[in-house]
Write a protein that binds this ligand. Structure first.
Ligand code: RRO
Length: 326
């Protein structure tokens, strides 16, 4: 029997298999510093999603920033990053050398700020790839290599981000503003901390999104057992890990019915069973998040397992997507 072909498309990006990482959970360059450069020549994901970048530099939230919980972990990192100009100078050139498509990730505090950051990335890509528009093509050449994910769902900052992603009108304004300057794949990462995610998903779709990432972390709280005050420096945090898988699956299942966009499913993925479940509920691509802290190679291993599971049924990835709805 011939090996199962796991190739999938996400907009203009072509992925060798339908597994990527969640933004902020896998730093390939940090990993290379400990395990060696080989991981940069063969990264364990089909497309690489770096950590969220914002227009201006941010120092993030005070420590402690992470705490374990039963079945998961709570983080309050607070979006530390060196800002989009430093990202363009330092990170973007080495990211472009990775032998994988990229999905850059941008956060912001107003629709205009998302557009400014996306516009800077677009100009930098045009320059770095000399990728103006190839003869006869309507889009820059890098469009098949680089996509953009809008993080309108970080739960750990007091304005912007999640307060945009909980409001369909604000989400629409941010997506519309970015669409003006960004010609490629535009993924919008939604928050589960809402009562009606489908309304936000439809707003993103109408404003020009090309795909959705479901879901970011669930806002939660852990107390310091001695002081009985909030343990994390930022007060509350975002819950991830196995505990959230059924909650995340419910959102993928419901949004798949309500909205026509491809879905990148995530939330507590650590086994091939999880990958199969997310795809059956409607995810075209599945992302590995906090489980990669324990096993950075998990994404590539899950791809091997997925090929076996699909091969047993004689299926391609597309045969599995949405099966739970039949
Ligand atoms: O940096 C963070 O605290 C963070 C971000 Br940007 C996010 O999108 N989700 C999350 O759980 N933490």
């Amino acid at each position: 029997m011939s090996p199962t072909d796991l190739r999938v498309s996400l907009g203009p990006l072509s992925l060798a298999y339908p597994i990527v990482n969640c933004s902020g959970t896998l730093d390939l360059f940090e990993l290379a510093a400990t395990v060696g450069e080989e991981v940069l020549r063969d990264p364990p994901v089909a497309a690489y999603v770096p950590k969220t970048v914002t227009l201006a530099p941010r120092s993030g939230n005070p420590p402690p920033r992470i705490v374990e919980t039963p079945g998961g972990m709570l983080n309050s990192i607070g979006l530390p990053n060196a800002g989009v100009e430093a990202f363009i100078g330092t990170d973007l050139p080495r990211l472009l050398r990775l032998p994988r498509p990229l999905i850059l990730n941008v956060g912001g505090f107003s629709p205009g700020e998302y557009a400014l950051a996306a516009g800077r990335l677009r100009s930098a890509l045009d320059m770095l790839t000399e990728g103006q528009v190839p003869d006869g093509a309507r889009q820059p050449g890098w469009v098949t290599k680089v996509g953009l994910e809008l993080n309108v769902s970080c739960p750990n900052v007091h304005s912007g981000c999640m307060s945009i992603g909980t409001d369909p009108a604000e989400t629409s304004a941010a997506v519309r503003a970015v669409r003006e300057v960004w010609p490629g794949l535009l993924v919008v990462k939604l928050t589960p901390n809402v009562t009606d995610m489908a309304a936000v998903a439809r707003a993103a779709e109408d404003a020009g999104a090309s795909a959705l990432s479901l879901v970011n972390t669930f806002k939660g709280l852990v107390l310091d057992r001695h002081t009985l005050r909030p343990y994390l420096g930022g007060g509350t945090g975002g819950l991830s890990g196995p505990a959230i898988k059924p909650l995340a699956l419910r959102f993928v299942y419901e949004v798949f019915r309500e909205c026509g966009l491809p879905i990148v499913g995530m939330g507590g993925v650590s086994t091939v069973r999880d990958v199969v479940d997310f795809m059956a509920c409607g995810a075209s691509v599945v992302a590995v998040g906090s489980a990669a802290f324990q096993d950075p190679w998990l994404g590539a291993r899950l791809a091997v397992d997925l090929a076996r599971v699909l091969g047993e049924r004689g299926w391609e990835p597309a045969d599995l997507v949405g099966k739970a709805h039949e």
